[in-house]
Design a protein around this ligand. Structure first.
Ligand code: NAP
Length: 314
């Protein structure tokens, strides 16, 4: 019996029996990405599959954008249970599957696919995963918070905004470097807020602003939680997302970045006396909800958590 390869390719998927012939358990769940070598999903999911008694394992598939249609077709032919989807395929898979869950339709992105006979069903577990992570980190529900999302024009930012809106958060401030993207999402989400009878005093419940200091300063006075969904924070030299002096002790900071475990934004928050958490809990809960989507049973979350923590420590 042999260990799975670090990464498989489309060519392997075309002859899956031969490519995986030495494995103890059949490889029937994957993560598609380009690149994908860095993905920690196998280290998180394989302990859960073992603990849950599922007779299969989870592997990485390096799929390039022009290979996506063929790869999705092969999932069905090779008897896969499903796949996760990471950069850059979340939009492409959204457009290619046979059916979408409501949250995938709203977020316009798919990070989890279930193979259901001859059909592919696309779901997005990033959005509910974020909500659950915030509850776990801060013991508070998104629906009770005035939320600011930095990076509201990107994929993860859109997922955060949609989840906050459908959960009828108290207030939502969409911040994006390219203002037009945040404003367009604001217009899309406006009917959800118009539908609500919540009152919030003098400020608007749904606002889009450019990622500029003056606008941030104004809106931060009416914000409980700041969610970083920009791609900044991973590198040491990244600029500050918010000037440190604008962070108040009452703010909660959720940074979707988890490597490094403490970003500049989180450090500034802690120095201001605020509470801050990184994106590891979101990674965990999006994975747990994906497991539940595939198997229709509760995920062994603690096994997943241990797997993730061990992979980050090594
Ligand atoms: P994306 O679609 O490329 O979006 C990037 C966002 O960052 C855009 O809104 C972009 O603004 C903004 N941005 C980029 N450079 C900026 C700068 N210099 N100043 C201000 N804003 C800037 O990326 P994504 O897929 O949404 O991912 C975003 C982050 O979330 C990544 O760090 C990713 O690893 C993380 N993430 C974490 C999890 C988790 O489970 N923890 C899940 C999903 C994503 P413009 O629109 O102006 O370009």
């Amino acid at each position: 019996m042999s260990a799975p390869q670090e990464v498989y390719t489309l060519a392997d998927l075309q002859d899956w029996g031969a490519a995986t012939s030495g494995l103890e358990l059949p490889a029937r769940i994957s993560v598609f990405g380009d690149p994908v070598k860095h993905s920690r999903s196998p280290q998180m999911h394989n302990p859960a599959l073992l603990e849950g008694g599922q007779q299969c394992q989870y592997i990485r598939l390096h799929i390039e954008p022009d290979q996506l249609p063929q790869a999705l077709q092969l999932l069905k032919e090779q008897n896969f249970i499903g796949t996760n989807v990471t950069i850059p395929h979340k939009g492409g898979v959204h457009d290619a599957v046979d059916e979408l869950t409501e949250v995938a339709r709203l977020t316009q992105a798919v990070n989890t696919v279930l193979v259901d006979g001859d059909r592919l069903i696309g779901h997005n577990t990033d959005a509910p995963g974020l909500e659950r992570a915030i509850r776990e980190e801060f013991s508070v529900d998104l629906s009770d918070l005035r939320v600011m999302v930095l990076g509201a024009g990107g994929g993860a930012g859109r997922a955060a905004c949609v989840q906050a809106a459908v959960k009828r958060c108290q207030r939502l401030v969409l911040v994006n470097r390219t203002f037009e993207k945040a404003d367009s999402l604001r217009q899309e989400l406006a009917p959800i807020f118009a539908d609500s009878d919540k009152l919030l005093g003098p400020v608007d419940r749904l606002v889009a602003i450019p990622h500029e200091v003056e606008a941030l300063e104004r809106e931060l006075k009416h914000t409980d939680i700041i969610i970083n969904a920009t791609s900044l924070g991973m590198k040491v030299g990244d600029p500050a997302l918010i000037p440190a002096h604008l962070i108040q002790p009452s703010h909660l900071i959720y940074d979707m970045v988890y490597a490094p475990p403490q970003t500049r934004l989180m450090r500034d928050a802690v120095q201001a006396g605020a509470r801050a958490a990184n994106g590891l809990s979101m990674l965990l809960w999006q994975g747990a909800y994906a497991y539940e989507f595939w198997f229709n049973e509760p995920a062994p979350v603690e096994a997943m958590r241990r797997g993730l923590e061990e992979s980050l420590a090594s």
